[in-house]
Design a protein around this ligand. Sequence first.
Ligand SMILES: NC(=O)c1ccc[n+]([C@@H]2O[C@H](COP(=O)([O-])OP(=O)(O)OC[C@H]3O[C@@H](n4cnc5c(N)ncnc54)[C@H](O)[C@@H]3O)[C@@H](O)[C@H]2O)c1
Length: 268
Amino acid sequence: MNEHPGLGKGLGRLPGRVAIVTGANSGIGRATARLFAREGAKVLCCDIQETVNPRVDSLIEQDGGQALFSRIDVTVQADCDRMVATALEHFGGLDILFNNAGGGVRKKIHEFTDEEWNFVVNLNLNSIFRGVRAAIPHFLKNGRGNIVNTASTFGLLASERYPAYCATKAAIVNLTRQMALDYGPNGIRVNCVCPGSIETARFRGFPPQPAAGFTDEQRARMANSSRALLRMGQPEEIAYGVLFLASDESSFVTGHALVIDGGQTIDA
Ligand SMILES: NC(=O)c1ccc[n+]([C@@H]2O[C@H](COP(=O)([O-])OP(=O)(O)OC[C@H]3O[C@@H](n4cnc5c(N)ncnc54)[C@H](O)[C@@H]3O)[C@@H](O)[C@H]2O)c1
């Protein structure tokens, strides 16, 4: 089943690597998990939702790749510890951590409850702290490791009625640089991607609900925000950027925020 027609045949760019992908059962995470597997990685697919049919691990197996699904809530340290332990036990190692799960709440800051604010901060920012804290000891022991975080163009620009999202995504961009500095001497690279408007079934609101889909008006507005290409992006167009950062092809790249946005950020 090719639900991401933009995914090409693998070229062996992640030979034998073990990768963790969070938020792997939808959107950008799902496309990236599939791409990583096509490129030769064994992928631990982590998500809180298991009911999407077909689940990402079965899609990967249909592709002839290796995957394991694990129900992981990235806001819980014990789950992140279990995530790393599962990769080590099941696949015998860990090379790549793609911290991708995220989401937001659209309202003005004075309308936020503590619960909503903490939900976004926990999901987008604290999750990276928790995932990295679990993975780094293993990377340090090995003298190598690769971390890619999903930020957003909304970590570089502001978006109306999106304060916690914009703040946490901006924090991810600078946390990426900060961690690159601390761990570069240990052979660990840390980068992030900043996607623009990507057509995914985003989870919105609190408690999170699957979006019913974009209205024509929303889609037109989001497409228009990709100033040059005038369309929304597809998840696999982000996945290829993540693959570059996660592979040896980017061996001299660290602390970088790779903007993949159809031109959203080039216009003053
Ligand atoms: N779609 C866009 O336009 C866009 C733009 C910029 C950045 N992003 C970022 O890309 C990332 C992926 O977004 P997407 O558009 O693919 O969204 P999506 O809703 O399609 O997928 C997100 C996945 O994360 C999972 N998830 C949610 N909470 C989780 C938790 N606590 N633990 C584990 N998994 C959890 C969801 O179940 C879902 O499967 C997010 O960080 C998002 O902020 C998306």
